[in-house]
Write a protein that binds this ligand. Structure first.
Ligand code: CA
Length: 409
């Protein structure tokens, strides 16, 4: 294990935010000047104000994580080494302490500029469950699923930071018995518990990223909630995939866990049969042992395990660039819903309620999908680390709108 000295920061040692973690975020205090922050215990270090070395100052004394993310692995390692030093060297305590602020006294911002957003569908249990729910008479997995990590392009501009309310969206709805669609608020508002990967170092158009270069490009990991309107999705998705049923909001944690902090929880991927094409092959261990938790109105309802996710993040990155598509700093790609084989491991309410047929309970109330006012919190641990949570409350639509069947006026 680590030979790092213990931190002098009170309350941080042994917490999920000890010096083995050091996630990055962006915060404001009494003014409107966002700054890079580093979480230690229940405190946030104002990294730029804590007199970083000259070589690191442009990256840490900044209003977003974008410059640091773009700088690359040598700078990421140098920043992490400096932070570890000042937070473990007791002689630095007097100088650094004025730049530590209680996390509940700061306002956390979306920490980086989201460039493109891609969402995968890489859990074997999730894809199998969804196949069984929607196509009970057929083979649950489509023929391509074991050959490539299936994905769609999402909407980067509606990625929001944890604690942002999510407004119940309107959309076209058409149940199997309806002769025509109606325009109404979704009645099947759902979540998807996912792990997001944040790209730092960009590439040139035409340069695929091999699986071996994953850690040179990916800066860190966030928790991610891919909010989903299942009734909108069900009607619109054929034949081009998810669109308005998912583009209204995607929530991410305010803290980005550096990839380096997750080295101790690397695990081998599950066996992949058939063997993938050469560009998707990895040097193991290429998975990560993250234990997720879905909390609704204060009660934990499921524990999705990321450890057994079928396609790993290096494979996803190789696949999304294999045609030469370039990467930009701030590209975000997500794992797809994390689900395990057991009912209490399902990472969406579509699965937990088995298509709305099997209600579940939270806080003494029965649910299939979410009601207005419900609050969902995604949490995760990675060994000794606690990842930043993703919190979101469902708001009703802001004003009544006309609800019409097609053809009516
Ligand atoms: Ca998803």
């Amino acid at each position: 294990m680590s030979t790092v000295q213990p931190t002098w920061v009170e309350g941080a040692a042994g917490s999920g935010f000890d010096v083995d973690h050091l996630p990055y975020g962006v915060f404001t205090r009494d003014d409107d000047h966002p700054r890079v922050g580093v979480r230690i215990g229940d405190l946030v270090l104002d990294a730029g104000a804590a007199e970083p070395p000259v070589a690191l100052a442009p990256y840490l004394d900044a209003p977003t994580l974008d410059p640091l993310m773009a700088a690359g692995r040598a700078t990421w390692d140098a920043a992490r080494a400096w932070l570890t030093e000042v937070l473990t060297d007791a002689s630095a305590a007097e100088r650094v302490t004025p730049h530590l602020h209680p996390v509940d006294e700061v306002s956390l911002r979306l920490p980086f500029t989201v460039a493109d957003y891609v969402d995968f569908y890489a859990s074997l249990d999730h894809a199998s469950n969804v196949g069984r729910i929607f196509r009970p008479e057929a083979e649950p997995l489509l023929p391509n699923w074991r050959h490539l990590p299936v994905a769609y392009h999402g909407r980067a501009g509606t990625v929001v930071v944890s604690s942002t309310d999510v407004v119940r969206p309107y959309g076209q709805l058409k149940g199997p018995a309806d002769v025509a669609p109606s325009y109404a608020p979704t009645a099947r508002l759902d979540i998807e518990a996912e792990v997001g990967f944040v790209v730092g170092v960009p590439t040139r158009l035409g340069d695929p990223v091999p699986t071996s270069a994953f850690a040179d490009h990916v800066f860190g990991v966030v928790l991610l909630n891919d909010w989903s309107a299942r009734d909108v999705q069900a009607w619109e998705y054929v034949p081009l995939g998810p669109f308005l049923g998912k583009s209204f909001a995607t929530s991410v944690s305010a803290w980005v866990t550096p990839l380096a902090a997750l080295a101790p929880v690397r695990v081998p991927l599950p066996a992949q049969e058939p063997e993938p094409l050469p560009y998707l092959r990895v040097d193991e261990p290429a998975g990560y042992d993250l234990a997720l938790e879905v909390v609704v109105n204060g009660e934990t309802v499921t524990h999705p395990p990321y450890r057994t996710h079928y396609w790993g993040p290096a494979q996803m990155l190789a696949h999304l660039t294999v045609n030469g598509a370039s990467l930009r700093t701030g590209d975000l790609y997500a794992s797809g819903t994390v689900s395990g084989p057991a009912r209490e491991e399902r990472g969406s309410f579509l699965e937990l309620s088995w298509g709305g047929r099997e209600p579940w309970t939270a806080g003494g109330e029965q649910r299939t999908f979410l009601e207005d006012g419900d609050e969902v919190v995604l949490r995760a641990t990675a060994g000794t680390l606690t990842l930043g949570e993703v919190r979101g409350r469902v708001s009703p639509p802001p004003r009544p709108r006309s609800v019409q069947k097609a053809g009516e006026s």
